[in-house]
Design a protein around this ligand. Sequence first.
Ligand SMILES: CSCCC(=O)C(=O)COP(=O)(O)O
Ligand SMILES: [Mg+2]
Length: 224
Amino acid sequence: MTEWVVLDIEGTLSSTDQVLVVLYDYARPRLGPWIDEHGDDPAVARAVAQIRELSGATGGTDDLVRVLHGWMDADQKVTPLKTLQGLIWQRGYETGDLVAELFPDVVPALRKWHGDGLRLAVFSSGSAPGQVAFFGHTSEGDLRPLFEHHFDTVNAGPKREAASYLAIASALGAGDPAGITFYSDVPAELHAAAEAGWRTVGVARPGEPNADADFSPHPVVGEL
Ligand SMILES: CSCCC(=O)C(=O)COP(=O)(O)O
Ligand SMILES: [Mg+2]
């Protein structure tokens, strides 16, 4: 019996365009200024060191931004990029520049699950602070009270590795991994979760990039 429902964001709760167009376009011109203005922030300094280590970039901010834009163009969800994007989006939500848009079926489903006593958490490549800001500023209000945990590639690990799902199960204190159900639009993420003993549900939303993906052997829904 499911005790926990763990949810992906992009393609599952929110459209791919909401992330790859709205949020990415917001972050793109702000990455360089953010690095220059917040170099003393330990999270930014760590991200800059990771960018250099992963890319071999040795130049100044322009060089770092070139690497970051390349990762964004290829939609590579690299941890230092997600950290910096998350900080920029956090500011964007706080100032009112950004409002998170969810698929219309999402909030009723989340409220129903929550009301039925299921416990909710998020696992996304987007940074945990960015996730919290996102759910705090949706067009349907502040949804933060619905979620007990936010997992990302820093506090859990890569989304396509079973070890990340084992780490999350442990953090949730879930005695039986089969008591956790994971919803995602990416088959490779579902395979990794199933390898860790979780229940899985593929989300194939019409019009989304993975609508026609092969989700077998996972059950598939078109909405929550
Ligand atoms: C503030 S939420 C942004 C989500 C994000 O950055 C992202 O890359 C989404 O990836 P997901 O793992 O949710 O598909
Ligand atoms: Mg996704």
